[in-house]
Design a protein around this ligand. Structure first.
Ligand SMILES: [Zn+2]
Length: 248
């Protein structure tokens, strides 16, 4: 498939134009003009690039790419090494941040829900970034957190009384702990995101909403894989996902 066509198909599917983001969404680094093999990962780190070089893929597909708003513009150190590796081997970098969080089919949020067996009943926000599910049966916070640990293969940090009943759950993948206030305002029993802040503890202690930090990497590894599967099914591109053991 032509790289240009691939980029426009992805832009259409993910509705890239609808988002105001902190980074460019789409082709961040241009490589070979034709793409047949893609390696995906959560973040365009050096280890992902090294794996891509070893596997001789044409493009890398990630959720966390480069060129974030506010970052230093100079191409030195780690950034130089990453870009040099990509350019030397003519490998494209395709990155989708918010469009890949919010997508109704392959998005990180919906895909995390699928891992847990949760269907979205509604959203707390207009951007569809904060899905809510009503659990089929009321479980304790402890049972829900154990289920999460099993699904994500990672021990989460749980804030709240473990015996408290949980019926409604809202979530947002990545570093979205600040949205706990919206979950509290909506009267949701539990809010889940990837990371945690010092003030999250107090927000939980002084409200009726529990919180689980389930890992930024762990909660955001499913969208890019679903997008890769879509590319394989719809466009016949071979796709593999590369997992990195990031504990954060
Ligand atoms: Zn993220």
């Amino acid at each position: 498939m032509e790289l240009k066509l691939l980029v426009s198909e992805l832009a259409n599917f993910l509705q890239v134009g609808k988002f105001q983001d902190y980074c460019p969404n789409g082709l961040q680094v241009e490589g070979r003009p034709h793409v047949q093999h893609i390696l995906s990962g959560v973040t365009a780190s050096q280890s992902l690039i090294d794996a891509a070089i070893e596997m001789n893929v044409d493009a890398i597909l990630v959720h966390h790419g480069y060129f974030w708003r506010g970052e230093v513009a100079e191409i030195t150190g780690m950034k130089k090494q990453r870009l040099k590796s990509l350019l030397n081997y003519d490998i494209s970098l395709l990155a989708y941040h918010l469009p890949l969080d919010a997508h109704p089919v392959v998005g990180n949020n919906v895909q995390l829900g699928l891992q847990m067996g949760w269907t979205v009943s509604h959203y707390l926000d207009e951007r569809n970034m904060l899905p809510v599910t009503e659990l089929a049966q009321v479980n304790s916070l402890e049972v829900v957190s154990e289920h999460l640990a099993q699904c994500l293969q990672r021990q989460p940090l749980v804030l709240g009384d473990l015996s408290r009943p949980v019926r409604t759950v809202a979530w947002c993948t990545g570093a979205a702990q600040q949205y706990i206030q919206q979950a509290i305002d909506a009267g949701v029993d539990l809010f889940i995101s990837g990371e945690v802040s010092e003030q999250t503890y107090h927000a939980v202690t002084e409200s009726n909403t529990a919180y689980i930090a389930a890992g930024h990497h762990a909660t955001e590894r499913y969208g890019v894989q679903a997008l890769g599967r879509w590319l394989a099914e719809k466009h016949g591109i071979s796709h593999q996902y590369f997992e990195i053991k990031n504990p954060i």
